[in-house]
Write a protein that binds this ligand. Structure first.
Ligand code: NI
Length: 172
């Protein structure tokens, strides 16, 4: 089931999320809902706080080739355990900050550990867009948005636009 996505600014997007103890049916439903919400948006990543759940869960699928099979990934308690010195710049966006994009510099390669939906520990190295995406989503779990990497003026400009968007949506 699709869930509504919170729009910045929202206090729930600024919270540090709590780890998941073990995988329950409720968490598997959350995982499915997050993937459905993400694909529907459409987006390549979504973190649980974006749907108002303050737990450490993220969903991703960065397969961009038209016609290629997707790779829906859900991570519980994801942890970045190593990052490359080499960096990459991507123009990032966020489903909680619609239609706003900005370049963010992050490590190019990261090694990530997480628990999968069967409760098994996984570890994998991600590069390129996958690496940027996983770092962006893990940031969400610590209450951090991509605009926090921007200069204050640019961040304030985007925040004001989002406040206006929320007022307009509330009126409709
Ligand atoms: Ni985001």
């Amino acid at each position: 089931m699709k869930r509504p996505i919170l729009i910045h600014p929202d206090p729930r997007l600024k919270k540090v999320c709590v780890p998941v103890a073990d995988i329950s049916d409720e968490l598997r439903v959350l995982a499915d809902d997050m993937l459905e919400t993400m694909y529907d948006a459409p987006g390549i990543g979504l973190a649980a706080p974006q749907v108002g759940i303050l737990r450490r869960v993220i969903a991703m699928d960065c397969v961009s080739d038209e016609g290629a099979a997707g790779r829906p990934l859900v991570m519980f308690n994801p942890q970045i355990i190593a990052s490359s010195d080499e960096t990459n710049v991507y123009e990032e966006g966020c489903l909680s900050i619609p239609e706003q994009y900005a370049e963010v510099t992050r490590p190019k390669v990261v090694e990530v550990e997480w628990m999968d939906r069967d409760g098994k520990q996984q570890r994998e190295t991600f590069d390129g867009l996958w690496a940027t995406c996983v770092q962006h989503e893990v940031d969400h779990l610590d209450g951090k948005l991509f605009i926090d990497y921007l200069k204050p003026l640019k961040r304030q400009m985007i925040t004001r636009k989002m406040q206006k968007l929320k007022r307009e949506r509330a009126r409709d």
